[in-house]
Write a protein that binds this ligand. Structure first.
Ligand SMILES: [Zn+2]
Length: 309
């Protein structure tokens, strides 16, 4: 019988958890976060020493692999962090703070905070524009709203409580989504231009705000399908990929994150983008996906203030 993924030692043993994370954050060996030293660094051993502590003999300071990461200054054992990352990376529609709280045995407040830190680790930074080799980039937007009974006023402009999400999805590639102020092209175009390459072939539906998006030739091409006339596919022109993204996103947000506050929406978007951009169809399995999230913990330390707590 194949071993359970959850049997892995780094999910149960603190020593193994540190070794696992160190191998991923420091592929070329330990680096002192205080002075950048790599040569005169040694592991602190002995009964009174806490797990995972190294010492830099250049600057004389001790450090751990978690310094400067989203795991820093947390009292949660690292093995539980690794469990949480695995759960979030492998659950297609996400996992609620409530379920993390029950599975990990941490308080609900801690589970909520851990989930937001992990979303931060999943946030992509400094990447190439999409479609820069002439690929198709599908663009669409959707609204996501509060559920009834959560602040909506019956019969009074339901859209006032809706949030607009813009999605850019490269066919056979990654996804980037944004919480935007509305569908005016003045809001959308700067985001699209900043994230989609000139070489890209852009596809949208017939929505009026996309009509003028390529009038100055910002992209290799722009084609639209006319959903209002029941045209969904014309040759290879369609927006089925981005609609597939939205369908997973909406099912997750409805089923798992029904109490998402508007100010946190961008964090959930990072999480769904991350899983989509690192999906099995691109050859990335659950373990590899969790490892990619772990690589993202560096340099993104979050405080309570930043999470709006
Ligand atoms: Zn040092």
């Amino acid at each position: 019988m194949k071993n359970s993924v959850l049997d892995a030692k780094h999910f149960h043993d603190e020593e193994a958890a540190y070794a696992y994370l160190e191998a991923r954050v420091w592929p070329n060996g330990p680096v002192c976060p205080h002075c950048g030293g790599v040569d005169r660094v040694g592991k602190l051993k002995g009964k009174s020493t806490r797990v995972g502590v190294w010492k830099c003999y250049q600057c004389r300071k001790p450090f751990r692999v978690t310094v400067g990461t989203v795991f820093e200054a947390s009292h949660v054992p690292l093995r539980l962090w690794l469990q949480a990352v695995h759960l979030m990376a492998s659950s297609k529609k996400g996992i609620s703070a409530n379920q993390l709280h029950r599975v990990l045995g941490v308080t609900l407040k801690t589970a909520w905070f851990m989930a937001h830190r992990i979303r931060e680790a999943m946030r992509v930074v400094g990447v190439e524009p999409m479609g820069n080799l002439g690929e198709v980039v599908e663009i669409d937007e959707t609204v996501i709203g509060r559920q009834e009974g959560h602040g909506g006023i019956k019969g009074y402009g339901a859209k006032a409580h809706m949030n607009t999400v813009l999605a850019l999805v490269q066919r056979d590639g990654s996804a980037r989504t944004f919480h935007v102020d509305g569908t005016a092209i003045a809001h959308l175009l700067p985001i699209i231009r900043a994230n989609v390459a000139r070489e890209a072939n852009v596809m949208t539906d017939e929505a009026s705000w996309y009509k003028s998006m390529n009038k100055d030739g910002s992209f290799a091409s722009h084609q639209a399908v006319t959903h209002s006339e029941y045209e969904y596919v014309r040759g290879d022109v369609h927006t089925n990929t981005v609609e597939g993204y939205f369908s997973v996103f909406k099912r997750g947000m409805k089923g798992v994150y029904q109490h998402c506050a508007e100010k946190h929406l961008h964090r959930y978007l990072s999480e769904f983008d991350f899983r989509y951009s690192n999906r099995l169809a691109l050859g990335i399995d659950d373990m590899a996906r969790a490892d990619r999230a772990l690589k993202g913990i560096v340099g993104k330390r979050l405080t309570y203030r930043q999470t709006g707590h």
